[in-house]
Design a protein around this ligand. Structure first.
Ligand code: SF4
Ligand code: SF4
Length: 375
């Protein structure tokens, strides 16, 4: 039997949830959620788990990742327990516990530490980039204390370690979800592995489930065009980022195509960058204006993530324009350094930030489809 921990609610509050204990279990939230079904009882059941301190029920759950934080439940809660935000808190809690070093816990629980880590990392990466120009005075000064090879080997080790922590986090999540999965496997899976994989790919490319959140006739988004709806904003950010990552890898493999903006990988980068910038700009606007309940309770992790994407995109387009116009002055070089630092921070902090959901959600979707999904 699961162990009950009455102090758990306090622990969850450190991850950013408001007064979820105001909930009196009326069930409105679950009733209005378009993404819950007979196999899942979120968010109401998860509020009970939080109150009772049933950590394992939360960490073993794939349901956490079925929620797209649309905020419908929050809008219908009579007790202002903000259940949509509570689900996002549980995801932060889960990411922090799957990741093995404890850095994510520090980041999510303590805003000053989060800011300090971002700044420190930016300074270290800045020095690292400067050493790529060994003729500069500052580079020669750095080399007096640490030779070039040590700096670059250290950089490679840090990137490798980050990848390792990401894999461990992924494995921990898989292990937790498998516990539930094994339990459910006493029943026959409802779909084949191939059908579930197809389902995940379909969901990632169309966001069909997320679209159902925005489709209520009495909802704010009902009459709005698809391009401004939250599912499309999320889609733009996700595919924009994936496209940019792919373009960067192709740039690297194809060696120095950066001299022309018409190179295929550059075109892919430009189109993807436009989608990412559009998504990040709209999401920032929605959060600033608190346009709906889903955007009214932003945390530092949300702001840092969106601003990182936005600045990376903006500086990327600046460089693209500079390349096109043949410019290479001091300002362009500073922008290049900022762009590279931001992009590297996004990659390095992947496993330690909200970004990790990009890895965890597809796994949860797969398991959900295998065992439970009917639509
Ligand atoms: S709607 Fe609010 S009060 Fe009712 S179960 Fe959900 S969180 Fe609790
Ligand atoms: S935020 Fe939206 S998807 Fe998540 S539990 Fe609430 S209604 Fe469901």
């Amino acid at each position: 039997m699961a162990k009950i921990d009455p102090t758990f609610a306090k622990e969850l509050q450190k991850y950013g949830t408001a007064d979820f204990q105001a909930c009196y279990s009326c069930g409105n939230c679950t009733a209005v959620c378009n993404l819950t079904d007979e196999n899942a009882n979120f968010p109401r059941m998860y509020i009970r788990y939080g109150m009772l301190g049933l950590k394992d029920e939360i960490l073993d759950s794939k349901d956490l990742w079925m929620c797209y934080a649309c905020g419908d439940c929050t809008a219908h809660c009579p007790r202002e327990a903000i259940p949509g935000d509570y689900m996002a808190t549980l995801r932060r809690y889960a990411i922090a516990h799957y990741e093995p070093t404890g850095i994510t816990r520090l980041i999510f629980k303590n805003n000053p530490w989060y800011i300090a880590i971002i700044i420190l990392l930016a300074v270290i990466l800045g020095f690292f980039l400067l050493t790529l120009k060994p003729d500069m005075t500052i580079s020669r000064w750095i080399f007096q204390y640490m030779p070039f090879e040590i700096i670059h080997n250290t950089g490679e080790v840090v990137f490798a370690l980050t990848g390792l922590f990401m894999l461990i986090g992924f494995w921990n999540m898989f292990r937790h979800l498998s516990r539930n999965y094994r339990h459910e496997k006493k029943e026959k899976p409802k779909s084949s592995p191939l059908a579930s994989l197809k389902y995940v790919i379909n969901e990632l490319t169309t966001m069909k489930r997320y679209q159902t959140c925005d489709s209520e006739e009495d909802g704010f988004w009902y009459k709005k065009p698809a391009v401004v709806r939250p599912w499309f904003i999320h889609w733009s950010i996700m595919w924009g980022f994936i496209g940019l990552l792919l373009a960067t890898i192709l740039d690297f493999l194809l060696k120095n195509p950066a001299t022309t903006v018409w190179w295929p990988s550059r075109i892919l980068g430009t189109v993807s960058g436009l989608f990412m910038m559009y998504g990040a700009t709209m999401a920032l606007y929605y959060r600033f204006s608190k346009i709906t309940d889903a955007y009214a309770h932003s945390k530092l992790a949300d702001w840092v993530f969106l601003w990182s994407l936005w600045i990376t995109g903006f500086t990327g387009f600046w460089m693209e324009t500079a390349v096109f116009l043949g410019g290479n002055d001091m300002l362009d070089q500073i922008i290049f350094i900022i762009h590279t630092i931001m992009a590297m921070e996004l990659v390095l902090l992947f496993a330690f930030s909200k970004f990790a959901h990009a890895l965890y959600r597809p796994v949860a979707l797969y398991m959900y489809h295998r065992m439970a999904l009917t639509n």
